[in-house]
Each structure stands twice: as structure tokens, then as C-alpha cells.
Design a protein around this ligand. Structure first.
Ligand SMILES: Cc1cc2nc3c(=O)[nH]c(=O)nc-3n(C[C@H](O)[C@H](O)[C@H](O)COP(=O)(O)OP(=O)(O)OC[C@H]3O[C@@H](n4cnc5c(N)ncnc54)[C@H](O)[C@@H]3O)c2cc1C
Length: 488
């Protein structure tokens, strides 16, 4: 090891930390990463048991171009690490009286839209073409900027689209489509940004292009393959990874971070980067070095938490796809119970993922691996009774909508909710995927990548720039590494 190299310590091993570790190692820093859990990956870890493989966090592989860009920055391709398959169909949405299937190309999706609402495919084409332009602008002109100045958002393309920052995606969709099922279908992609469609700027329709234009993909073996790939890349670049290593304190001397305290041992560093939840990272500092008060965090719109179930079935299930949305209840009411009047949902929407439908490596032969997710408000009371109650609710609905009995075929069951998010990831209020991307929480208006109080302390991840989701986390790691490279 070259001891003259500047030393960076990184807290956490989620997508953003792993991404940053690769870029920093490539820049010539001596990088060590400290993760409290026993395996790397953060919210994207994997549970393997009894032949079932469960991704316990992200399951939608969207924006394949961002992953390609990440690996290309290191002279690699995703295919050097994992096999990527485009899902066909991409997903299925169950409504009370119908099922919408989203195909793997615009032609198939247009046909499905026509079936539901005559003439809607013409509006869809225009809507997606606008969304595609927004995608190009977002990816090429906005998201790869560090969020340090409002001017980053000002380009000739954004100026002529200014209205799209002040109209909401909800208004934009409703202007073009009347059928409630098509409206819900088109409002679904922005849910990944963590806020209600009625609070999300119309410009974010780029998520609709990510959905219909770029498609839904699956890395064979599950989403954890991306983490395995990044871990291997990081180690090849010289990053030293320590798991089972909880960072207890960020040590500050003379206004500079001089290292971290891990398992009662001081690890010295020239710069400290944290990819742990921003709020938690600030609690590792003495009060006077924190940038944001508890009041600040309490005022922010957080992405939902989730009640998750990992279920092993001893048979193949019927009438399902790899990804399935159950929008057979009132979208508006559930959203209001997450954001406006936080409480356990009266009639929850839910999502069910069965990766073994397309990838036989994910379950034992003739078995099915199931992941069920109910989005809920962060910070709700979480008890075993509530978990059981909601499991019964969604199982009944699942059986009715898919026309089969499955309750007696469950051979593995595990739940995960608010308390687990807090305990396993030090997540603020048990949020699942960070701080929402709304107009007032975008770019320079988000908590910054660089501390305003400590010159050599940096942050990355889904609570900072650019925002929640796996692709933004990869970008966040790149952005912060660039700032850190200039800090020397
Ligand atoms: C259920 C769920 C479903 C999702 N679905 C999708 C999806 O389908 N597609 C998509 O793109 N995104 C999805 N997301 C969002 C995506 O997973 C996240 O945005 C991304 O993984 C966040 O990465 P991160 O690096 O910011 O944080 P994290 O993954 O949370 O990493 C932070 C790490 O820091 C560690 N840490 C915390 N405190 C300490 C400490 N004191 N010392 C040491 N280590 C510490 C934590 O253990 C953790 O490993 C989903 C998230 C969840 C939870």
C-alpha cells in the first residue's frame, strides 16, 4: 500500500458509498469503507434461505444507461459482471375490474392503452416523446451536477420548459388522459421519487420515459448482483472493506474531521465521507458541527417506509408476472395516508415481486420466491400484530385478484418494517428510500454533498443529491468523489 496517498474513510456500503469508493480509489486515494452490517449493500442486501433468494430492497432495474455509464467509467461493462435480461412484459397492474399489462416496447403499450381508452395511444406517444426530451435534459444537463448552485438548473432547455417545473405530473397526466386506470399507470413511475404525483413537478415525467421507453430489466441472480459487481470492482481498485464495523463517532480536531471511531478504535483520515443516512451521520458529530436541526428534518418530505414480506411458496403461482402492482384500491386515499395524515393505510395498495417467474436461480425447482411491499408513512408504530393484520389483508386480495389459493403453500415467511429500517440502517423514522424529490427538495435545495461546517467532511446517498433510487445513488457517489478530488 502506498502510504503517501491521501486517506479517505467511508461510512456505509450502500450503492452510493460503493460507487464513491470506486471513483475515489481510481483518483488515487487510499480508501477504506466501514459497514455496520455483516454484508455490504445497505438497503440492497440479499437474504438467501432454504433455496430462496430474496432481494430485500430494490427490485426494479430501471435506467440501464446509468449502470452502463458507471461501469464504463472504469473501462468495464455490466456484462463483465452479470447477465441483464429485459423483462417482457415489464409488469402487470391489477385493478378492481381489469388488468393492465405493460409490454416491453411502446407498440405493445400503445395497444394496451387503446384497449382501455380509444385514442389514448396518440396522447401517449406525445407524452412519452416529451418525457424522452426531459430524460435527455435531466441525464445530460442536470443530474450529474453537484447541487451547489441554483444556476445548475438553468440551461437553455430548462428555461423553455420552466412551466414544467411549476405544473405537477398529476396535472400533466390528467390533461391528456381521462381513464383513472391509465392515470394511475402513468403516475406510478414518479412514486420512485418518493412524493405524491400531485407534489412532483411535471418535468419528472422523465421517469415515464425510463419506464416505457427504456424498459424494466433483471440481473440474473437478482439485484444483489450489482452490489457484488461493485464490491469486486472496488476491491480490484484497492478499496479495503470492513463489515461488522459500526462507526460510533466522527472525530473533529481544529474544525477538521480527523477520523472516525469504530469499535472503540480511532481510524485516522484526511477526509471522511458518509453514505449512511444523512440525519444519522450528523448525530455522529458534536452538536456544534451539525448543519441541520431536528426541526429541519421534521419539516422535510420523506419517501415512504415500507412493510415488506419475504415469502417462499412451495408451488409455482398462477396469473402473475415478475413485477405486479395491486392498484385495486383508492390510490389517492393511500397516498394521503402516507403524506398528509400519516397512519396505517385503510385499504393499502401493494406491490408483489416474483423474480423466480423469469429467473429459475431465485427459487428451488417448482417453488416461487415472493416479495410483497406496502408503502407506509415513515415513523408509524410497528408491531407484530400490525404486520400480521396487513399480511392477512394483502394475502386475501392477492388470492382474489390472481384467482388462486396460496396461503397453505407458504413454507418461508419473514417481515421487515419501520423498526428494522431504523435498527439495520440507522434510517431516519425508518424511511425506506430517503428524502423525496419535490421542487423544494431538489438539487441545491437538498442537504449538501459537502459539509458547510467541516471542510473535509462529505455526504453521499439518497438523502442528498441527486435523490432516492439506485441510479441516483450511483450518480451521488460520482458527484461527491469529484468534489472530494477538488478538496485536496
Ligand atoms: C424496500 C425498498 C425497495 C426499493 N426499491 C427500489 C427499486 O426497485 N429501484 C430503485 O432504483 N431503488 C429502489 N429503492 C431505493 C434504493 O434501494 C436506495 O435508494 C439505495 O439503495 C440507497 O443507497 P444508499 O447508498 O443511499 O444508502 P443505504 O443503502 O442505506 O446504505 C447506507 C449504509 O450505511 C450503513 N450505516 C448506517 N449507519 C452506519 C454506521 N454508524 N456505521 C457504519 N455503517 C453505517 C447502513 O448499514 C447501510 O449499509 C428501494 C429501497 C427499499 C428500501
Amino acid at each position: 500500500m502506498n502510504t503517501n496517498k491521501k486517506k479517505v474513510v467511508i461510512i456505509g456500503s450502500g450503492f452510493s458509498s460503493l460507487s464513491a469508493s470506486c471513483y475515489l480509489a481510481k483518483k488515487g486515494f487510499n480508501v477504506s469503507l466501514f459497514e455496520k452490517n455483516d454484508t455490504v449493500g445497505g438497503r440492497a442486501r440479499q437474504l438467501i434461505t432454504d433455496g430462496f433468494t430474496f432481494d430485500i430492497g430494490p427490485s426494479w432495474y430501471w435506467m440501464p444507461d446509468i449502470f452502463d455509464r458507471f461501469f464504463a467509467d472504469f473501462g468495464k461493462q455490466t456484462s463483465d459482471y452479470y447477465q441483464l435480461d429485459k423483462l417482457s412484459p415489464a409488469y402487470k397492474i391489477f385493478f378492481e375490474d381489469d388488468i393492465i399489462t405493460i409490454g416491453d416496447c411502446m407498440e405493445k403499450i400503445s395497444e394496451e392503452f387503446e384497449r382501455i381508452e380509444k385514442g389514448s395511444s396518440i396522447h401517449l406517444k406525445k407524452f412519452i416523446s416529451k418525457a424522452q426530451k426531459n430524460y435527455d435534459i435531466a441525464i445530460n444537463e442536470i443530474v450529474y451536477r453537484p447541487g451547489v448552485s441554483p444556476l445548475e438548473l438553468v440551461t437553455k432547455d430548462t428555461i423553455i420548459r420552466l412551466d414544467q417545473f411549476f405544473k405537477t405530473i398529476s396535472q400533466e397526466v390528467r390533461k391528456n388522459f381521462k381513464n383513472p386506470k391509465l392515470i394511475s399507470t402513468l403516475e406510478f413511475p414518479v412514486l420512485f421519487l418518493g412524493a405524491k404525483p400531485s407534489k412532483t413537478p411535471a418535468f419528472y415525467s422523465f421517469m415515464n420515459f425510463a419506464d416505457f421507453g427504456l424498459g424494466t430489466w433483471h440481473p440474473k441472480g437478482g439485484m444483489y448482483q450489482i452490489i457484488r459487481a461493485m464490491k469486486s470492482l472496488a476491491q480490484d481498485l484497492g478499496v479495503i472493506i470492513h463489515t461488522g464495523s459500526t462507526v460510533e463517532k466522527i472525530i473533529v480536531k481544529g474544525g477538521k474531521a480527523s477520523g472516525i471511531l469504530v469499535n472503540s478504535e480511532i481510524i485516522e483520515a484526511d477526509m471522511v465521507l458518509s453514505g449512511a443516512d444523512y440525519h444519522h451521520t450528523e448525530t455522529l458529530l458534536d452538536d456544534s458541527y451539525r448543519q441541520y436541526s431536528e426541526k429541519y428534518w421534521a419539516r422535510k418530505t420523506f419517501a415512504p417506509s415500507s412493510l415488506l414480506f419475504f415469502i417462499g411458496f412451495d408451488k409455482k403461482l398462477e396469473n402473475i408476472e415478475h413485477h405486479n402492482l395491486f392498484f385495486d384500491t383508492d390510490f389517492g386515499q393511500h397516498a394521503s395516508e402516507i403524506y398528509d395524515h400519516p397512519k396505517w393505510p385503510t385499504r393499502p395498495l401493494f406491490y408483489a415481486n416474483f423474480p423466480s417467474v423469469t429467473d429459475e436461480s431465485m427459487a428451488p425447482p417448482n417453488n416461487e420466491t415472493g416479495f410483497f411491499l406496502i408503502p407506509i408513512a415513515p415513523g408509524l408504530e410497528d408491531t407484530p400484530q400490525l404486520r400480521d393484520q396487513y399480511f392477512d389483508i394483502i394475502m386475501k386480495r392477492f388470492q382474489t385478484r390472481t384467482g388462486q389459493s396460496v396461503e397453505n403453500n407458504i413454507i418461508f415467511k419473514k417481515s421487515f418494517c419501520v423498526n428494522d429500517f431504523k435498527e439495520q440502517y440507522n434510517s431516519y423514522k425508518g424511511n425506506a428510500y430517503g428524502m423525496a424529490n419535490t421542487l423544494s427538495q431538489t438539487a441545491f435545495l437538498r442537504p449538501g454533498l459537502k459539509s458547510k461546517k467541516i471542510d473535509n467532511l462529505f455526504f453521499t446517498g439518497q438523502l442528498t443529491v441527486p435523490g432516492p433510487g439506485v441510479p441516483p445513488s450511483l450518480i451521488s457517489g460520482k458527484l461527491v468523489s469529484e468534489l472530494m478530488g477538488k478538496n485536496i
